[in-house]
Design a protein around this ligand. Sequence first.
Ligand SMILES: *Cc1c(COP(=O)(O)O)cnc(C)c1O
Length: 420
Amino acid sequence: MEAKYEMHLEFLKENDKPIFDAIVAEKERQMDGIELIPSENLVSQGVLEAMGSVPNNKYSEGYPGKRYYGGNEVIDIIENLAIDRLKKLFGAEHANVQSLSGSPANMAAYFATMEIGDTFMGLKLTEGGHLSHGHPVNFSGKLYHSVQYGLDKETELLDYDAILKQAKEVKPKLILSGYTAYPRNIDFKRFREICDEVGAICMADIAHIAGLCAGGVHENPVPYFDIVTTTTHKTLRGPRGAVIMCKEEFAEKIDKAVFPGLQGGPHAHTIAGKAVAFKEALEPDFKDYAKQIVKNSKAMAEELMAQGLRLVTNGTDNHLMLVDTLSSKDLPGKKAERALELAGIYCNKNTIPFDKRSPWDPSGIRIGTPVLATRGMKESEMKEVANFMVQALDNAGNEAKLKEIKGKVKEFCAGFPFYK
Ligand SMILES: *Cc1c(COP(=O)(O)O)cnc(C)c1O
């Protein structure tokens, strides 16, 4: 197979060797290893080109047609293209494409909808939520009265009746759904009903599953939720950044919360990259990509379980899996992550629901298939990847063996080139 894309670094090669070498080394690490971190992806030539381009140089505080600086007629074209494509992709009434990343997008959404000290509900970090969903060490848990919901202990799934019951007691201003480490489908319709029943603002953070929602393999909450935030660099396969979509009713508040409420000048080169990624996600083959992510994930889950690993909820509906390495292989997540890393397989340690260990040294790992699907791997390759993983976990501590596996992983990956 031919590599699809190429980075252009001719100038750096001549003029800044240390950075050139580091960028090339990182590209090689990405190409030579099996990337299982479910929040990562590989972007296209178009996204790379937009990100490395001159809109970076421009100050454009404000919004299209209403800027605080002159000379923004071209930046307006870029930002309007990003907005129009995003609205079309998700069926949004209003879109703000200026958020710098996922956490600031959530901050802007809270600023737009709540007063400091107001109560909101999000899922606990240790059961799959994100730091910015109300964790005490994060601004979201410090500035607001965060009441966290949890999963059902038996099934490790969301318990919508329990969430409704809790919401009736707590009377939150806002209920947040959408997660960082939840391997199953989310019943967004049910969340809408719960919010309506208790009079809460209905918000989702679809950072992880945005590409699946756009590609039609997960329910898309945008048309009937009040506010939806998402990063653009995960399954959506765009530049690092985020966007906020909302009902017309919240449009002005969201825009004001992003600027001037939270941010200064938008990053126009990133917005150009977002526009490129949204165009790609509107193409028919993005649907195939989203389908393949889930097919791969299910195939990998089956193989891992067949080889004796316990997966949280016994499987997956989406792009990610949580593997209970402690109960399956007597390996805590940190050691499992390290063993895999030494074998050229990248994942992150992660708590499993009701973990008795700390997030710094939890009982499991989180893995996923967005990058492997981007590289063109299919179900049959997922079996091979699962085999590499099990071999590495079985040989944790045997550095010579892990190095040998790393060599085989590199050979395997060479069959799926992406960047030249
Ligand atoms: C990744 C993620 C974020 C944070 O995004 P950053 O760009 O890292 O700030 C927010 N919410 C969820 C659900 C995420 O998975």
